[in-house]
Write a protein that binds this ligand. Structure first.
Ligand code: SF4
Length: 332
C-alpha cells in the first residue's frame, strides 16, 4: 500500500534555529518513515509580508534547505521543493479565490493578529488576506492526507477542510480532506527568556558550531531569584530549565531540579550539563551541515529535482481541477 501523503512548508526567512528544530523539523524527519512527505520552501508566502524587501529570499532558500538536509530530511525519501517552481499553486489559488467568500479569510485568527503585530508593514494587501487560501492550494494540490501543524496553524487546516467541502459541493470530489497532525508544543525560549526568534536576536541556530552554542548558552538568563550561588531557585521560572525539558535526560532534569531548589548546584553547572545534552542531540547536524553548506549548487540541484517531482503531481491534479470546473480546453 502506498504511504499516506503529507505536506508542510517553511518560509525562507533565514537560517533555522532550535525553536524551528524542536517545533517542526525534528518531527518532519521522523514522519518520513510513515508518510510520503512533500516539504516546501514557501517563498511566495514570504512575499505576503515581505513584499517591500524581497532581497533576502534567494539566499534564505538555500539556508533553509541546507538546515533541512543537515537535520536529516532525505531527498531520496521526501520531495523537497520550492513553491514558486511549481506555478500550478498560483493557478489553483486563483481558481479557489473565485469560490471562497472573503469573510472566511477575514476571520482567520492570524489575519488580524499579524496586522497588529507587524505594525511597520502595510498588510492591507490582497495577497496577505489570501495567504491562508494559498496555503490551502499548497496542501490540496498534492491531495495531502495529513498536515503537521502547531496549535497556531490548526485554524488554517480547518479552513482548508471547509474549502475542500465547498469545492466538492460545487464541482465534485477532487480533493481529500486533510487531517491535522498535532505537533506537541515545546516551549523553546531564546537566550533572553523570550520565545526564540530571529527578530529578537536571542536564537541558537542549527548553523552555530559547538563553541558558538556554548557562548550563547553560558550567559543565558536564569531564575532572577538566584542572585547569589547560595540562593535557591525555581526551575519553573527559569528558561534554562525549559531547554532542559527539551534536550536533557530525565536524570539530568531531576538533578537540576533538586540542585536548583536547594542551591546545591550553581547555574553554570546547570548550563554546562544542558550544553552537553544539546551538543549530543545536535551532533548529527553539526557533522552533516558543513558538507552541505560548502556545496550550495548541490542543494539547489536537490531543490530543483524535488520541484520537478512535485510539479508532475501538481499538473495531474490541475488537469482534474480544470475538468471539474469545465475549463479543460488545454487537455481536451
Ligand atoms: S540552577 Fe538551573 S534551573 Fe536553577 S536557576 Fe540556575 S540555570 Fe535555572
Amino acid at each position: 500500500m502506498p504511504k499516506p501523503r503529507l505536506l508542510s512548508g517553511m518560509r525562507p526567512t533565514g537560517p533555522l534555529h532550535l525553536g524551528n528544530l524542536m517545533g517542526a523539523l525534528e518531527n518532519w524527519v521522523s514522519l518520513q518513515d510513515t508518510y510520503d512527505c512533500f516539504y516546501s520552501i514557501v517563498d511566495w508566502h514570504s512575499l505576503t509580508t515581505d513584499y517591500a524587501d524581497p532581497s533576502g529570499i534567494h539566499d534564505n532558500v538555500v539556508e533553509v534547505a541546507t538546515d533541512w538536509l543537515a537535520a536529516g530530511l532525505d531527498p531520496e525519501r521526501s520531495t523537497l521543493f520550492i513553491q514558486s517552481l511549481v506555478p500550478e499553486h498560483a493557478e489553483l489559488h486563483l481558481l479557489l479565490s473565485m469560490v471562497v467568500p472573503v469573510p472566511w479569510l477575514e476571520r482567520v485568527p492570524s489575519y488580524k493578529e499579524q496586522q497588529k503585530q507587524l505594525t511597520g508593514k502595510d498588510l492591507s494587501t490582497y495577497g496577505f488576506l489570501g495567504y491562508p487560501l494559498l496555503q490551502t492550494a499548497d496542501i490540496i494540490i498534492y491531495k495531502a492526507d495529513a498536515v503537521p501543524v502547531g496549535e497556531d496553524q490548526a485554524a488554517h487546516v480547518e479552513l482548508t477542510r471547509e474549502i475542500v467541502r465547498r469545492f466538492k459541493n460545487l464541482y465534485g470530489p477532487v480533493f481529500p480532506e486533510p487531517r491535522t497532525l498535532h505537533t506537541a508544543a515545546k516551549r523553546i525560549p531564546g537566550t533572553d527568556g523570550r520565545k526564540m526568534s530571529k527578530s529578537y536576536d536571542n536564537a541558537v541556530y542549527l548553523k552555530d558550531d559547538p563553541e558558538t552554542v556554548r557562548k550563547k548558552i553560558r550567559p543565558m538568563l536564569t531564575d532572577p531569584a538566584r542572585k547569589r550561588r547560595t540562593d535557591p531557585g525555581d526551575p519553573d521560572k527559569c528558561p534554562v530549565f525549559d531547554l532542559h525539558k527539551a534536550f536533557s535526560s530525565k536524570e539530568t532534569r531531576e538533578w537540576a531540579t533538586q540542585g536548583c531548589r536547594t542551591a546545591g548546584i550553581g547555574c553554570l553547572d546547570c548550563k554546562a550539563k544542558l550544553i552537553d545534552h544539546m551538543l549530543e542531540r545536535l551532533a548529527g547536524i553539526h557533522a552533516r551541515r558543513p558538507e552541505f553548506a560548502s556545496r550550495p549548487d548541490t542543494v539547489w540541484d536537490i531543490l530543483r529535482e524535488g520541484s520537478k517531482r512535485a510539479r508532475a503531481v501538481a499538473r495531474a491534479t490541475m488537469d482534474e481541477v480544470r475538468a471539474a470546473m469545465k475549463i479543460d480546453y488545454q487537455t481536451s
